[in-house]
Design a protein around this ligand. Structure first.
Ligand code: URA
Length: 214
């Protein structure tokens, strides 16, 4: 999908104060009825230049395939487009090894990249927005609901967008969307028991897509 270079430059500039690297636009069908919103790319995604192509992506593919949802029919983006990292120093014998593992994006980072997600939502104008995990869910709804309590059930809701780049507050837009809260696919790495539930949710999502878009 084409994003105005000025908007990309603005978002990159807004992210400069924070420890994050790279920049990924998103991927898939820009005319899709269904938009998936993740958290932030990882190292793998920055190399492949496609969202969800690392370990979490393999899980996502399994869930989508099980429900007959094709990546080619949806668009996938995220709340933050750069990879937020933390710096971890480890003493290994004489040497200090520095690692930069992923971390969750902060509120400030989410706000820094808000204009680009807002732009994509406006352009794609999806019928259904699927939030992958709590970060995307909170970014769009403003709610801190527990994923275990709300997953797999569609909500009709207005969504948050940046009021303007000066005061940096998120405000609700006028339009209502069908929002479907989905677990972040990486959540199965921490709790394998979620897997069965996520397969069920994928089925419910496929039924929702069928009902709302055909
Ligand atoms: N998590 C995300 O939110 N996006 C990716 O592309 C990969 C992992």
């Amino acid at each position: 999908m084409d994003i105005p270079q000025a908007l990309i430059d603005t978002c990159k500039k807004r992210m400069e104060p924070y420890p994050a690297e790279g920049f990924l636009i998103g991927g898939g069908n820009p005319y899709a009825d269904v938009l998936f919103v993740g958290e932030a790319p990882g190292e793998h995604e920055l190399i492949s230049k496609q969202p969800f192509t690392g370990r979490a992506g393999k899980e996502l593919d399994k869930f989508l395939e099980s429900a007959g949802i094709s990546r080619e029919d949806v668009y996938i983006t995220s709340a933050v487009r750069s990879r937020p990292y933390k710096i971890v120093r480890k003493q290994k014998g004489e040497e200090v090894v520095i690692k930069r593992p992923n971390r969750k994006p902060t509120k400030k980072e989410i706000i820094a990249h808000a204009p680009i997600l807002d732009y994509q939502i406006e352009k794609i104008d999806p019928t259904i927005i699927v939030t992958l995990g709590g970060v995307a869910y909170e970014r769009l709804t403003g709610k801190k609901d527990k994923m275990t309590e709300i997953h797999g059930e569609a909500q009709k809701t207005k969504i948050l967008k940046l009021k303007n780049t000066k005061d940096n507050t998120l405000v609700y837009g006028m339009k209502e969307y069908i929002l479907f809260p989905f677990f972040h696919p990486a959540s199965v790495f921490y709790n394998r028991k979620l897997e069965e539930m996520i397969y069920e949710d994928a089925k419910a999502l496929a039924a929702l897509i069928q009902h709302e878009t055909s």
